[in-house]
Design a binder for this molecule. Sequence first.
Ligand code: XIL
Length: 338
Amino acid sequence: MLAAACGGDDEVVRRDEPLRVLGAERDLRIGTAVDDVALTDDPRYEPLLAREVDMVVAENAMKWSSVQPERGVFDFEAADRLVDFAGRHGMAVRGHTLLWHRSVPDWVADAQWGRDEAVEVLREHITTVVGRYRGRVEQWDVVNEPIARDGDGLEANPWLRMIGPDHVALAFEFARDADPTAELYLNDFDGSFPGERTERVVELAEQLASAGTAIDGVGIQFHVLGRPDELDADAVVDVFDRIGAAGLDAAVTEADVRLELGAEGRPDDDQLHTQADLYEELLRGCLRAVNCDTFVMWGLTDRWSWVPGQFEGFGAATLFDDDYRPKPAHERLQLVLS
Ligand code: XIL
């Protein structure tokens, strides 16, 4: 940790420089997930994003249930809005995600297709979505969270049931065919990094790469619990190096650091300091790993963060508070990048 981080040394911390500018000097993309309602309804949201990031990812708008809610009926309204927004601001887009067991509309979940028909449906979905944004989406999370929570195989989903384990490789091949220029990622998380699940993600990526599958990278989400020493840069470098040894890039794809909120619903100064430490470790890990040039956070302001809705009693997980004021973690990342 840097002493100046808490001391407030103006010469070291370039406080007025947005993360995007500092990141570009290090060849690092700084990104965030974008909430479509916020983008449409909250006038303070777009200027914050435009100032701080040069990469965006749709928080929900590109998921299967959003873009193909009925068979053959595609809805790209919100996804187009994001891609147009990115285009206006010269930002890169991460596509998220083509296949995820938590975004499956009923017509897929309930299907009883034979293998050939299931492969065709998967191909049509991926070809249509990736093809629409060909040349405009820099990285796709082709398969999201494939590792089973229980047991040692792949997470149950309709594709595993109707196609088998090779649905993962097929998804990558379809994506490659639809946009040969996009970088194709496997994306997953771990409860506490690096744990058993990380091992299995790395193993799966190694298997795919050695089988010649069209995979370019592995994203690790990093939804981090904000307690001291939860994460350190060395562990990030170690895992990213192993991903690199398989010939793949690594990316931080969904960083946030959630804090347990007390009765007042606000974090205290110690918690905010711990949060800054953990964001710092994560960013340092990515900067040190030779194959990491993408640092994406899952939201930039607490006002629109998914955390309170997902983890009861937790919140305040992003760099800016509910009222769009920067938190200590923001300045810390500026310092790390300076
Ligand atoms: C979350 C969104 O943030 C929520 O708004 C939505 O209700 C559920 O999905 N891992 C992922 C993301 O890969 O797609 C998830 O996003 C968060 C966990």
